[in-house]
Write a protein that binds this ligand. Structure first.
Ligand code: S3P
Length: 440
């Protein structure tokens, strides 16, 4: 069995092993691909070890795409221009660095029916992710405009692109609309969730494609806004898939077809978890179980795992150790659950209060929020039987206050499903399935 790998930090949630092992199965090729957690201070050591172990090639992801270059014997022209390596081939003990990100992005666009050749393209952001794409696209499209918050970096990119290709990028918006608008910033992900690099929606025409390099969350604020403005949208997953197919070809010499992309996407979607969030009694557990059954997936309940971990019921944990302790165990359990594959996960009502919980779950999940109406909260929680410690001694007005206060936290989701009093479990399940269309 020949060995391949990906290095990065953190790397546990990477889709690369899944993707490359899928390609090997499809191509009947004898390779095994695994993720190697590589903290920055161990980069050199791990690269030497991979080489000594006879690994045939490895992918490189954040934060090592630049720093890995010092450990390589040769670097392709493209990767030198891009200032980043994402693919390393071990050719008879010689490490050669390549970069398939930009070509992968280009292929992803074409595959989605958006050939950028001869088009007017606007890129938002001039950072590390933008540079390879700008260098790759500038000579293919009719015009390439890049905007960036800091002008210094923008002009640096303009110079790099000019030096590498001889072509000029524009640095100011000078058209009424663009054919393709690409988000190359990190606005919309991690701590920047809900933010978008584009406020002026008027530059989106009726045939504009909006593309995001981000796929976690599945639909960034930029794509949500763009969709509302009538644009056709593509997220960053296909870019990930195509850079992977191109890297696989470099590693193995096998001409893996681009048409594998569909199968890879299905494989990734089936591997992603579905997380249900929502206020107490919104139906996360009941609907979650029904969803898991319907989809043939495993069901996991974070509160059950907390009880198992502590050997006590939730009311006992609150009573004996207090809420703060409960939240710390909850965060640990959420981190563990985030490593589930293809599961339906029901979370306790307060999980959303800690943004890190949602961020770690989202690395491999679509977040579905069940949003009960006020009437549902009243009807289901007015006579709470005392199993929910937070409601102990609280009247319905106080419970409704908590519900209102938590609403912004529940908005941190990919799909929102309204739950009304009239809805049966089957109705809620259908509504969830509808919201998940194209995402599972
Ligand atoms: C909580 C909700 C409960 C449980 C704990 C805290 C909350 O789960 O995690 O009592 O803060 O809303 P349910 O939402 O399943 O009731």
């Amino acid at each position: 069995m020949k060995k391949l790998a990906v290095i990065g930090w953190p790397i546990a949630h990477s889709y690369s092993p899944l993707m490359h092992n899928y390609i090997s199965r499809e191509m009947n090729a004898d390779y095994v691909y695994e993720a190697v957690e590589t903290p920055p201070e161990k980069l050199g050591e791990i690269v030497s070890k991979l080489k000594a172990d006879g690994v045939l090639g490895f992918n490189v992801t954040a934060p090592h795409k630049f720093n890995v270059m010092q450990y390589l014997d040769e670097i392709s022209q493209d990767a030198q221009y891009f200032g980043a390596v994402n693919t390393v081939l071990n050719k008879n003990g010689k490490l050669i660095g390549y970069n398939t990100d930009a070509e992968g992005f280009y292929e992803a666009l074409c595959y989605s029916g958006i050939n950028p050749d001869g088009k007017h393209v606007l890129m938002l952001g001039a950072g590390g992710a933008a540079q390879p794409v700008a260098i790759n696209l500038v000579k293919k499209c009719a015009s390439l405009t890049v905007t960036n918050r800091t002008k210094e970096r923008l002009f640096e990119l303009k110079d790099v692109v000019k030096n590498c290709t001889g072509a000029n990028i524009k640095t100011e918006i000078d058209r009424e609309t663009y054919d393709i608008i690409i988000n190359c910033t990190s606005l919309g992900m991690g701590n920047n969730i809900g933010m978008s690099p584009l406020s002026d929606m008027s530059i989106i025409g009726k045939d504009t494609y909006c593309v995001d390099m981000i796929y976690n969350p599945w639909e960034t604020q930029f794509l949500k806004d763009a969709k509302k403005a009538g644009a056709k949208c593509v997220n960053g997953l296909s870019m990930l898939i195509f850079q992977g197919i191109l890297a696989y070809r470099i590693f193995t010499g096998i001409d893996a077809p681009l048409s594998l992309a569909d199968g890879i996407e299905k494989e990734i979607l089936a591997h992603r978890n579905i997380v249900l969030t929502g206020f107490m009694a919104s139906g996360k557990t009941v609907v979650g179980k029904a969803l898991a059954e319907k989809l043939g997936r495993k069901f996991v309940d974070s509160d059950v795992l907390i009880e198992e971990k502590c050997g006590r019921t939730i009311p006992e944990i609150f009573e004996k150790y207090g809420e703060e302790y409960f939240r710390s165990v909850e965060a640990q359990v959420i981190e563990e659950i985030s490593l589930e594959k293809g599961a339906v996960i029901a979370t306790g009502g307060g999980v959303v209060l800690n943004g890190d919980n949602i961020a770690v779950l989202r690395k491999n999940a679509t977040i579905v929020n069940l949003e009960p109406t006020k009437e549902v909260v009243i009807s289901r929680l007015s006579n709470d039987d005392g199993t929910r410690p937070l409601n102990k001694g609280q009247d319905i007005e106080q419970i409704l206050d908590r519900f209102e206060n938590r609403k912004p936290f529940y908005d941190n989701c990919d799909v929102k499903v309204k739950i009304t009093d009239e809805m049966s479990v089957e109705d809620s399940l259908s509504a969830v399935l509808k919201g998940l269309e194209g995402k599972i």
